[in-house]
Design a protein around this ligand. Sequence first.
Ligand code: NZQ
Ligand code: ZN
Length: 388
Amino acid sequence: MNNFTFNVATDIRFGKDRFEELAQVIEKFGKNVLLVYGGGSIKKNGLYDRVLKELAGVNIIELAGVEPNPRIETVAKGAKLCAENEIDVILAVGGGSTIDCAKAVAAVHGSSTDQPWDVIKKRNYDGPALPIVTILTLAATGSEMNRGAVITNWQTNQKLGMGGQNLLPKVSFLDPQNTFSVGKYQTAAGSADIMSHLFENYFNVTPATDVQDGISEGLMRTVIKNCPIALAAPEDYDARANLMWASTLALNGLTGNGKGGTWSCHAMEHELSAFYDITHGIGLAILTPRWMHHVLNEENAIKFAQYGRNVWGITETVPMLAARMAIQKTYDYFKACGIPMTLPEVGIKDDSKFEVMAKQAVSYSKIATEAFVPLQVEDVVKIYQTSM
Ligand code: NZQ
Ligand code: ZN
């Protein structure tokens, strides 16, 4: 296991009906609040009204309409609002896109720059940032308890991750009831994203990480069990609660710290979203089993077999056979959750952009040198092609 620092000081307020704590939390940071939210789901499910009611005593400025795969223009707009209104704290109410946008707004505002994309392009942000409070409405990214944000630039077809310790949310409200209204597609996509965060950390070359791997296996089983329940019964509190907490723990450092290397499927998926604006978790579900097949070899079959045994209960003892069965289980599971499992089904009808996307995936990440199995441009193209 490698050395690591685990300093994730987000104050998590998990559970039902903790709204009465919101005003107190916000007022600790100041009176001028930038309320960031998406395309209107919070207005439909009543959350918006409840937030306004709870925060009747503070001055609220709104940044509405954050896109899924949030865009740099929206970030720039938010940073401008912060400067014009002397904002003290950013309150993000939504899924990963809304929270990521809030983080990027804090970074761009803190940089006092008129070139917002430069802040994202730098990838690491260690400057000052307004405090961020979140109310999570979708179990998926883990953004509610991590330092990262992913922002898209449509001018350049780039979708880049950035982050920094000062962008870690100060407080996150995790009320599973706020995810009751998430539709089947986004519930499945969010669950696939959680699974992918766990896979990305699990399939890793650093030896002797039993703690991280054991936690990951438990979280994978949790998602596998609870996503179908939430799909069938969207208001099943316990299923939503388990998905929500799994999303947070899958990407707050718990399963990734102590490991080296780099992620594979996320680098490839970000290009699908950057060029075709598809849903992140869906892209991951499509790519993951193809990636697993592509990288499987005699040496790493044992790790896939471990995954099969501990997550799927596969009893086959020949590692390569068990590994293949585990990969098939992964594919079948995503399909059973209703995820369209080919690229044409999500509107990517031809392979004309695969080469340029693969080049970007390789150049914006370290997958060519540090991945579980290093991937060159031709490998990425192949994985895209086998996803057709
Ligand atoms: O925009 P609204 O109207 O709110 O609707 C959203 C959106 O259409 C809807 N939704 C959210 N909560 C809802 C709801 N609908 C009904 N009821 C609710 N309670 O769901 C749709 C998707 O929302 P979005 O925030 O885009 O989803 P998600 O949480 O999956 O976030 C995806 C973004 O996060 C990035 C992805 O790349 C993508 O841009 N990621 C961020 C990470 C991080 N910060 O650590 C890591 C991830 O790997 C990921 O890359
Ligand atoms: Zn993800």
